[in-house]
Design a protein around this ligand. Structure first.
Ligand SMILES: [Mg+2]
Length: 232
């Protein structure tokens, strides 16, 4: 067993509830319908509704950042923009790319008697559509997407993690969060939950470690394997 595998097994041993980020650890949401295209369509929707895109919106290629921007500049448009984005995300996940080992983590959690909640800045409806399409509903106890019309609920805010823990009835000592962004690690820290960093791109490992991830891995399969080892 490598040092990382041993570390993972140690970190996972007390875990009864796995909180799992969606975009990255489970699938690449915008692999088929790219994020800049989704952002462009969101802007187009605003214009079609007779609205001006707020300052800075034209250059924003991250649709979730664009939603925040609209919410800050035009709170009255937050709800409709969020709904439009949720529809685009649902379209995107149909052509999204499953993360290698992501499904294995869901199966390993079930096999090892652990509950999984998906906790994500993406829309819950899109996440549920993906899980249904891939036959994964039975592996997920709860989906905690951003609160519709309230982008302030998104990570690094710990709110969604706290909600997931509350529903699962497991304290932070029995939880682990798996995420691929520094804001995930920050949200985990704010909720008192250790976070495993999934570095799916070069350079992410340093960022995740600096944010305070307990372990950083470059493969979801490693986490799945360690979940089963950690049982023994
Ligand atoms: Mg992510």
């Amino acid at each position: 067993m490598t040092a990382t595998a041993q570390q993972l097994a140690d970190v996972l041993r007390p875990v009864k509830h796995v909180l799992l980020d969606f975009d990255g650890p489970v699938c690449s949401v915008f692999a088929g319908l790219p994020a800049p295209e989704v952002a462009r369509r969101l802007r187009e929707g605003l214009l079609a509704a007779g609205e001006q895109a707020p300052a800075g919106a034209e250059e924003e290629s991250d649709p979730l950042a664009l939603l925040r921007l609209v919410a800050d500049a035009r709170p009255d448009l937050t709800e409709s923009t969020d709904a439009a984005l949720a529809a685009l995300e649902t379209e995107a996940v149909r052509v999204g790319r499953p993360t290698p080992g992501g499904e294995s983590v869901l199966r390993a959690a079930a096999r090892s008697g652990r509950l999984v909640s998906v906790v994500s800045n993406n829309a819950g409806v899109a996440i549920e559509a993906y899980l249904t399409e891939h036959g994964l509903n039975d592996y997920v106890a709860g989906v905690f997407g951003r609160a519709p019309g309230d982008p302030s609920s998104m990570k690094p805010n710990p709110r969604l993690l706290l909600e997931a823990m509350e529903v699962a009835g497991a304290g932070p000592g029995h939880c682990i969060f798996i995420g691929d962004a520094a804001r995930d690690v920050e949200a985990g820290g704010a909720a008192n939950i250790p976070t495993i960093g999934y570095a799916n791109k070069p350079g992410k490992d340093a960022k995740l470690a600096a944010a305070g991830a307990v372990v950083v891995v470059d493969s979801m399969q490693l986490i799945a394997d360690a979940m089963v080892w950690a049982m023994s």
